[in-house]
Write a protein that binds this ligand. Structure first.
Ligand code: IPM
Ligand code: MG
Length: 367
């Protein structure tokens, strides 16, 4: 049997630093658990533009379609701000999502016990929080046509289009219901059916799909009210399903409830491949953080936990995923903190590599 294949795209900013820690974890699973991957590495984002003049080379795109899973760090940085829109680093990531048809983006917001004090919200509001946002990732206003900046009379007009087909809503809704069945059997769908036709259709289709999942308690919320409820009492939610743009906003909000963007992973899943595994890309929710790039300050946990999601969703290794998640939890419990997890003066933060090494030590201790 051949080993499962992983394509690693560290990208820009802190991407390479956090990914270096994930490489250590991958090696650990090979050496200590006999779980070996066929790992290849390539460029995406600004670094790909620097080398090839495009944020995603066609060969990289083709490779991403072949492998069992893609692991991505982050893209973007101020160096690329003035580039033409079509070659901006983010276009590389969006092309991967679109061409791999990764329509279901899972963004868990989980509050680690040791970090409950660190949230900007009161401890009892966030302690034990465990919600999952399912964000539609391949359609909506991110991709809808017409789009562009056009001349109209004597001025310019910027246009983007929110567009959803029934089948696009249906498939992401099903993935959210399936997840809810494995969790707390509660699903809240968020849109703006009060002002948008696409929101009306969204609500109708989700309601229709819900008939196939009678055990799941389905509710609907306008996305603005959803944002308010997420900050007021986030533990009322189990799974949330929403569109591409609302999902972008709400997942950042939900992530910050847990204390730091530096802790949160994500999985972007598509249809099953011939081998039964879903097309999949895993990436931390945080961005490239150019202000701290190259300084060893970044928190590698979100990227490490993204690899844990890969173990669970691509490789059916849920127990090993849990082992890795518990190792991260243990390290936090021991008080190891990167700079993003510290709000007191006078404590020296752990470096990116120290945090990675601490997770490795906790993995050793788990055996
Ligand atoms: C995210 C990011 C991306 C998005 C950017 C980098 C294109 O904010 O994954 O949430 O807007 O989807
Ligand atoms: Mg975002």
């Amino acid at each position: 049997m051949t080993n499962p294949s992983l394509l690693i795209l560290p990208g820009d900013g802190i991407g390479p630093e956090v990914m270096a820690e994930v490489r250590k974890i991958i090696d650990w699973f090979g050496a200590r658990r006999g779980i070996t991957f066929d790992v290849s590495e390539d460029l995406v984002g600004g670094c790909a533009y620097d080398k090839h003049g495009t944020p995603l080379h066609d060969d990289t795109m083709a490779r991403a379609q072949e492998v069992d899973a893609v692991l991505l760090g982050a893209v973007g940085g101020p160096k690329y701000d003035s580039l033409d829109f079509s070659v901006k680093p983010e276009r590389g990531l969006l092309r991967l999502r679109k061409e791999m048809d990764l329509f279901s983006n899972l963004r868990p917001a989980q509050c680690f016990d040791a970090l409950a004090d660190f949230s900007s919200l009161k401890k009892d509001v966030v302690a034990g929080l465990d919600i999952m946002i399912v964000r539609e990732l391949t359609s909506g206003v991110y991709f809808g046509e017409p789009r562009g900046i056009f001349e109209e009379g004597n001025e310019r007009v910027g246009i983007n289009t929110q567009r959803y087909t029934e089948s696009e809503i249906d498939r992401v809704a099903r993935s959210a219901f399936d997840l809810a069945m494995k969790r707390g059997k509660k699903l809240c769908s968020m849109e703006k059916a009060n002002v948008m036709e696409s929101g009306i259709l969204w609500r109708e289709v989700v309601t229709e799909v819900g008939k196939d999942y009678p055990e799941v308690e389905l509710s609907h919320m306008y996305a603005d009210a959803g944002a308010m409820q997420l900050t007021r009492w986030p533990k009322q939610f189990d799974v949330i399903v929403t569109d591409n743009l609302f999902g972008d906003l709400l997942s950042d909000l939900a992530a910050m409830l847990t204390g730091s963007l530096g802790m949160l992973p994500s999985a972007s899943l598509g249809a099953p491949m011939d081998n039964g595994r879903p097309k999949a890309l895993y990436e931390p929710v945080h961005g490239s953080a150019p202000d701290i790039a190259g300084q060893g300050k970044a928190n590698p946990c979100a990227c490490i936990l993204s690899f844990a999601m890969a173990l669970r969703y691509s490789f059916d290794l849920g127990d090993e995923a849990t082992r890795l998640e518990q190792a991260v939890n243990a390290v936090l419990g021991d008080g190891v903190r990167t700079a993003d997890l510290l709000n007191e003066e006078g404590i020296t933060p752990a470096t990116t590599a120290e945090m990675g090494d601490a997770v490795l030590a906790a993995l050793d201790a788990s055996l």
